[in-house]
Write a protein that binds this ligand. Structure first.
Ligand SMILES: [Fe+2]
Length: 368
């Protein structure tokens, strides 16, 4: 016989990650996008002895997250380690990072504005601002929401005495940016296995034909992670094909000016996100999205996201079929199949900016 019934406690029905965010006590930025990463307001972050803010965008569906960390001039973070993956992009400033494991294997490397690196899983790490005059600002994307919600024990997540030597064993060239570049069969996509990229703003990107309009691209497999990154660039007066995939792809605009459209099959209306360098957006899972360069320079972005080529996770989070037409069972819309309003809006925006449209080779005249 069951005992008496009770009212559900008020604190049921939330994730472990939500409880963690509340306990951290930092500002939390929400929505579909952040207009400018450099302008996100930060607050004191006692745990790291720095300043910070969390970014919990709708399109992550709480599978991954982001935060801003700001180091004061000549400041350093308190050492920490954690059982979630972390990929870091430097928004402003320069400095160094120490990484070490419990066995004492240690590496130190330097970073600057535009650097991209991964902190290997559960390694201790500490960031130092190399300037005594200016703050340094870093953006981190992490798998904390999934890990914390599954484990729900912060002492374990932040103080687990285990060295993942399959990820980091103190190799002297670990952050040397000299790993192999792979290419898929029947594809021109390049995949670079590296743990450090010195400057994503200026990295030479090879061409990737399948994704349309003369685009360039490099994918980064970092620190033996499931969380990876890529950078794409597309020329003046062009836009990429629409595509869709699972949640959690943090797209950070590096160069250029334009907009991104997002929509679902069920909704006629488009969400339009205008962007410029410093904007970050996350398309929700399986929403169609399409990036448009309407400014006078090539547009380049960095995406930190699920979808490792090396380590598959689950079909919803892996980026499958994003270079294959939806008509052939893929997750891409060919130019010939797109809604005519998409191209019309692009032409209007280019005209307003005095930019010549260069899509003639890609979009049939009937679509214009
Ligand atoms: Fe995407």
């Amino acid at each position: 016989m069951a005992s008496e019934t009770r009212a559900l406690p008020d604190d049921w029905g939330r994730t472990g990650y939500t409880a963690f965010l509340e306990a951290e006590g930092l500002p939390v930025v929400r929505g579909l996008a952040v207009d400018d990463l450099a302008a996100v307001e930060v607050a004191p972050w006692p745990r790291l002895e720095a300043q910070g803010a969390y970014i919990q965008l709708t399109g992550t569906e709480d599978t991954d997250n982001a935060y801003i960390l700001e180091l004061p001039p000549a400041g350093s973070t308190a050492p920490e380690r954690h059982l979630f993956e972390e990929v870091v992009f430097v928004v402003a400033g320069r400095g160094s990072c120490e990484v070490w494991n419990q066995a004492g294997a240690r590496q130190t490397f330097e970073w600057q504005r535009g650097s991209l690196f991964a902190v290997p899983l559960n390694t201790f790490h500490r960031l130092h601002n190399g300037s005594g005059r200016h703050p340094a600002r870093l953006l981190a994307v992490t798998t904390a929401p999934l890990m914390i919600s599954l484990l729900r024990n912060l002492a374990f997540v932040f103080d687990c005495p285990f060295d993942f030597t399959d990820r980091f064993a103190g190799q002297p060239d670990y952050f040397g940016a000299d790993g192999p570049v792979y290419v898929r069969p029947q594809s021109t996509q390049r995949i670079w296995e590296t743990n450090f990229v010195a400057d994503v703003y200026r990295l030479a990107l090879p061409e990737w034909h399948e994704r349309g309009a003369g685009g360039r691209h490099m994918k980064f497999e970092l620190a033996n992670n499931t969380l990876v990154a890529h950078s794409s660039e597309f020329p003046v007066g062009t836009y990429k094909k629409a595509h869709r995939h699972g949640p959690g792809a943090h797209v950070i605009i590096l160069h250029g000016q334009g907009h991104t459209l997002m929509w679902t099959d069920e909704h006629e209306a488009f969400e339009e996100i205008p962007w410029k360098p410093g904007t970050m957006l996350v398309p929700p899972g399986m929403w169609w999205h399409q990036h448009f360069n309407t400014g006078p320079t090539p547009a380049r972005y960095l995406a930190i996201r699920w979808g490792s080529t090396r380590w598959k996770l689950t079909r919803y989070l892996d980026h499958q079929g994003i270079d294959r037409s939806a008509k052939a069972g893929g997750n891409q819309i060919e130019y010939a199949d797109q809604d005519p309003r998409v191209h019309q809006l692009f032409v209007e925006r280019c005209r307003a900016n005095g930019v010549e449209v260069r899509m003639d080779a890609f979009v049939a005249p009937t679509a214009r």
